[in-house]
Design a binder for this molecule. Structure first.
Ligand code: COI
Length: 355
């Protein structure tokens, strides 16, 4: 039976599912999409009645503002299935608040809370078969907003599409992760849009990340644009360093994404008596720690990446190998986090949201 939303949503279901064409054992991140999508248009100053319809191509005029000025924001979330087939989201209020914060910064109208949550619940109930049980399996959820008005003057759009698409997912990184520490290029600047999930933040990273990829490194750890001395975040995730038995992660500011996984790990570290300093770590401090053997771990944290250990970094032509650390905080915190996400452990912070 289809979940009955508490606000009006027009629903058109597919005639036949495409799930049987999917090999769930060999999923590549973000390549396969589920049967349905959620769409809500903004016109004449208001969000219209949302729709759920079969996943399909859009017809958008080439003059739509999104193509010219990149007026677009997005979110990343995951749905998990527990042993009793119940579907859970993890801190979805954080994603809802953040997409609207991003929207405000990009002069996009905020999206109504009821549409967001009822849209998600209705869509996820329809796509329940796409959410596989078992740790590591999830349905990646991509809400996003694009400017659709047909006009190419450089000003905010008067029309938008808010959409949600879903993609079955396993791990984002399957191999070892090695990173380059940025010396020249920057991800964001003071007063800019670094804190927002603006589509352009990611596009701007592709070129320098390609250069890193050519050197055999998967990601860049961005440093502050002013001095390139302070470590900030990586392309697809926030970043934690373990020096001795202490974790260090950069503070939020207008350059850094306020990551949901990041803030959850800081809380889980506190719950488990792991000291975590939220402060800027200098590149010099990191290299000194690597040289004197006190640098034990570096790991990334994000919705797609979950918790991803980094085994080596390069800076100014010097390569530092960390190797794999057995009793790692990364593994410990990842397990704590996933046990909450998959409804295995008690959820003392009320982070789980039943769909
Ligand atoms: C996420 O972790 O959800 C993100 O948005 C990162 C994305 C670039 C894959």
């Amino acid at each position: 039976m289809i979940y009955q939303p508490k606000c009006k949503i027009e629903i058109e279901t597919v005639k036949a599912t495409s799930i049987h064409d999917v090999d769930f054992d060999t999923l590549e991140f973000g390549k396969i999409f589920t049967d349905h999508m959620f769409v809500c248009d903004y016109e004449n100053g208001a969000w219209k009645t949302p729709k759920i319809m079969p996943y399909q191509a859009l017809s958008i005029e080439p003059s739509a503002r999104v193509f010219h000025y990149g007026q677009a924001v997005f979110e990343g979330m995951k749905a998990y299935k527990d042993a009793d087939d119940m579907i859970w989201l993890f801190r979805p209020d954080e994603n809802f608040n953040r997409i609207n914060k991003s929207a405000v910064r990009l002069a996009i109208p905020e999206f109504p809370e009821a549409y967001f949550f009822e849209g998600l619940k209705t869509l996820l109930n329809l796509e329940s078969d796409w959410i596989k049980k078992g740790l590591g399996n999830s349905l990646y959820i991509r809400p996003f907003v694009i400017a659709t008005e047909q006009a190419i003057s450089a000003s905010p759009s008067n029309a938008y599409k808010f959409m949600i698409i879903c993609s079955p997912a396993k791990a984002y990184y399957t191999g070892d992760v090695r990173v380059l520490i940025a010396e020249k290029y920057s991800r964001s600047a003071n007063g800019g849009v670094g804190f927002a999930k603006a589509a352009g933040n990611y596009a701007a990273q592709f070129y320098p990340t390609n250069l890193a990829n050519k050197k055999g490194l998967q990601q860049i750890i961005w440093t502050d644009a002013g001095t390139h001395e302070n470590l900030e975040e990586a392309g697809t995730m926030n970043i934690f360093f373990r020096i001795g038995d202490k974790l260090i992660t950069a503070p939020n500011n207008d350059r850094i994404l306020d990551g949901v996984t990041r803030k959850s790990l800081i809380q889980l570290a506190a719950d488990n008596n792991i000291e975590c300093e939220v402060r800027h770590l200098k590149v010099k401090e990191l290299k000194d720690a690597a040289r004197n053997g006190t640098l034990k771990e570096i790991f990334g944290a994000g919705t797609a990446a979950v918790v991803s250990p980094i085994i080596a970094f390069e800076h100014a032509g010097e390569v530092f190998e960390l190797g794999k650390f057995k009793d790692s905080y990364a593994n410990f915190l990842k397990e704590k986090l996933m046990n909450i996400q998959y409804n295995i452990d008690e959820d003392v912070h009320n982070w789980r949201y039943k769909v």
